[in-house]
Design a protein around this ligand. Structure first.
Ligand SMILES: [Ca+2]
Ligand SMILES: [Ca+2]
Ligand SMILES: [Ca+2]
Ligand SMILES: [Ca+2]
Length: 597
């Protein structure tokens, strides 16, 4: 049968035998141990393994491993060699006539499935070489193959944060997020195990999370919400493994830990507000002053502190904040004040937790270098100087002149001291650097009146900006009547205009009215003015009465005569010549006297 082609049945039997050998749990490896399964129809001698492959053989994953052995078949059959590599693949070769020792070689590249998170371990399988002489004689040999699996990268050390920051000071009631980051060189699925241990070393929570495969080396984040519940130093261990149970062992199960100091959270601490400069002054030519407001703040738990400022001057507030951490921060606000006054600067600090608002305030006094108005002169109308006085009912004119370096608007308020309403004037128009307030006032009762003129530029700055000037004025009642003087008698002819002259009248204060009265042609004639005139057409002797009244109604009278004559008669027939000359002189003098008014 040597050199003959094996029948289909023989091949099938051979495959079945090989398959049976592959399932054999015990290594069979020597000639003595070889399975010699000569079929009942076998003829001749069975082949034998003169030398078997090295057992066990060591392969490296993905690297060709050659097997060599020596076989022989005494009746010189050609042998069919079936290489069952042990990983499910099969390879069949043949020899030539094998009456003498025949070397057979073959190789195989082992790539068994890689287990997650495992590397550099030996994967073992059983390789079987089956020889068949085609005459129903066959024998097989098995060899254990240890395949060195490729290395598997270990996951990175997990990086743990609480709430995404390095801050680990936490209130027992806080809901925090334990954020862990890790990666695996192969991007294998990862198993994350959180272990929470409290201050008494009691493990009170354990959670296992799984994440799917990623790209090699890609960072994976896992968040777990947590409430610590009790104060004290808590420990959080996080294990990250790229392996499966039972292989979640170091180094394929990396662990890291973080401690959380769990304390009852407190409100921020702070200093008082300080101001720079401490006594701000607004230069009047600039119109504002910039003030730096500072406060030192700290939070015992390292919380970020938020500050909300109110500058007290009605402007929009401002805010700033710290960067967090248990440091003392100085929060600064630069604010521009444009008005003088006392301002309540407040700042509300909070770490953002309920009921943790802390308010601080500082009263800031802003002044300016504005100078007060300066008095120039005050004047008023009066009678006499020692003492000055005015009469009841008399209108008195008061004037106050002031100056101001900044030419601020000046407000002047007059108080006449007699209970009358105050009179206020606002002065803005400077003339040669001065402004003047002028007012009239009539006093209605006698007495000593204290008149006060208060003036201010309504600014705050250097010195006192509200000043006053006082006048003490004697107000008396006019009880002195005027003295009436109707002038001398007058002589005129019919048709002449007679000019009356009351200019000689006088009064201690002022004459308010002149009234001239006489009867003319049976009727009373009234004339007013100091020097009225009247044309007489009726001859006669007239008694003219002058009534002079002063400002308060005191009066006095004076009288005079007016003699009106017909035309001058012929000299010598009626009046002696010397009398005619005298009358002419009287008339001429009377006409000249009219010019006095
Ligand atoms: Ca890995
Ligand atoms: Ca706090
Ligand atoms: Ca001023
Ligand atoms: Ca008088």
């Amino acid at each position: 049968m040597s050199g003959g082609r094996p029948s289909l049945m023989l091949v099938l039997v051979t495959v079945v035998l090989v398959a049976l050998m592959l399932y054999t749990p015990v290594k069979v490896c020597s000639t003595a141990d070889s399975v010699s399964a000569a079929a009942p129809t076998a003829k001749g001698d069975a082949p034998v393994f003169v030398a078997e492959p090295v057992d066990p053989s060591y392969a490296t994953y993905g690297v060709l491993l050659n097997f060599t052995c020596i076989v022989k078949d005494v009746d010189n059959d050609t042998l069919t060699v079936t290489w069952a590599w042990g990983d499910g693949s099969v390879n069949v070769t043949t020899t030539g006539p094998a009456a003498s020792n025949t070397i057979i070689r073959n190789g195989h590249i082992y790539t068994p499935p890689i287990e997650q998170g495992r590397g550099e371990y030996y994967y073992n399988l059983t390789m079987t070489i089956h020889i068949d002489d085609g005459n129903g004689n066959n024998v097989s040999c098995t060899t254990t193959v240890f395949v060195l699996m490729p290395p598997n990268g270990i996951p990175s050390l997990p990086s743990i944060r609480v709430n995404g920051t390095a801050s680990t000071t936490i209130d027992p009631s806080d809901i925090v997020y334990v954020v862990v980051k890790a990666s695996d060189p192969e991007g294998e699925p990862l198993t994350w195990t959180y272990v929470f241990t409290n201050d008494t070393d009691e493990v009170y929570r354990m959670e296992v999370l799984n994440t799917p495969a990623t790209d090699p080396g890609e960072n994976v984040w896992v968040n777990l919400s947590h409430t610590f519940g009790t104060v004290g130093l808590h420990r959080i261990d996080v294990y990250v493994s790229d392996a499966l149970i039972p292989y979640q062992l170091y180094p394929h199960n990396h662990t890291n830990a973080i401690y959380a100091q769990v304390v009852v959270n407190t409100a921020p601490l702070s200093s008082a507000i300080s101001c720079e400069p401490s006594t701000p002054v607004i230069p009047w030519d600039i119109g504002y002053v910039e003030v730096n407001l500072r406060i030192d703040v700290a939070d015992m738990e390292g919380n970020v502190i938020y500050a909300t400022w109110d500058f007290g001057d009605g402007s929009l507030g401002a805010g700033n904040m710290t960067a967090g951490g248990s440091w003392v921060y100085t929060l600064v606000q630069a604010h521009r004040y444009v008005d003088v006054g006392v301002f309540n600067v407040t700042v509300v600090l909070t770490d953002g937790r309920p009921d943790h608002e802390v308010e601080k305030y500082e009263l800031l006094t802003i002044t300016s270098d504005n100078t007060p108005p300066e008095y120039v002169v005050i004047s008023y109308t009066c009678h006499g100087l020692f003492p000055p006085f005015d009469y009841v009912g008399e209108e008195v004119r008061f004037s106050l002149t002031v100056t101001d370096a900044e030419q601020d608007p000046i407000e002047v308020t007059w108080d006449f001291g007699d209970g009358s309403p105050l009179v206020t004037e606002n002065l803005t128009e400077y003339v040669y650097g001065n402004v003047r307030s002028s007012v009239n006032h009539t006093f209605l009762a006698p007495g000593i009146c204290n008149i006060t003129a208060t003036y201010t530029d309504n600014q705050e700055g250097i010195g006192t900006h509200t000043l006053h000037e006082d006048i003490h004025l004697l107000i008396i009642v006019d009880d002195i009547p005027p003295r009436a003087d109707a002038g001398g008698d007058e002589v005129a002819f019919v048709g002449d205009v007679v000019y009356f002259d009351g200019s000689g009248s006088s009064d201690n204060w002022a004459i308010a009215n002149y009234t001239w009265t006489f009867v003319y042609n049976g009727s009373e004639v009234l004339l007013w003015d100091a020097c009225p005139e009247f044309q007489f057409w009726t001859p006669g002797l007239y008694l003219v009465v002058l009534n002079v009244t002063d400002m308060v109604g005191n009066y006095n009278t004076s009288s005079m005569y007016v003699a009106i004559y017909e035309e001058i008669p012929e000299f010598g027939s009626v009046i002696p010549a010397t009398m005619a000359v005298m009358i002419l002189i009287v008339v001429m003098v009377a006409r000249l006297r009219k010019k006095r008014c």
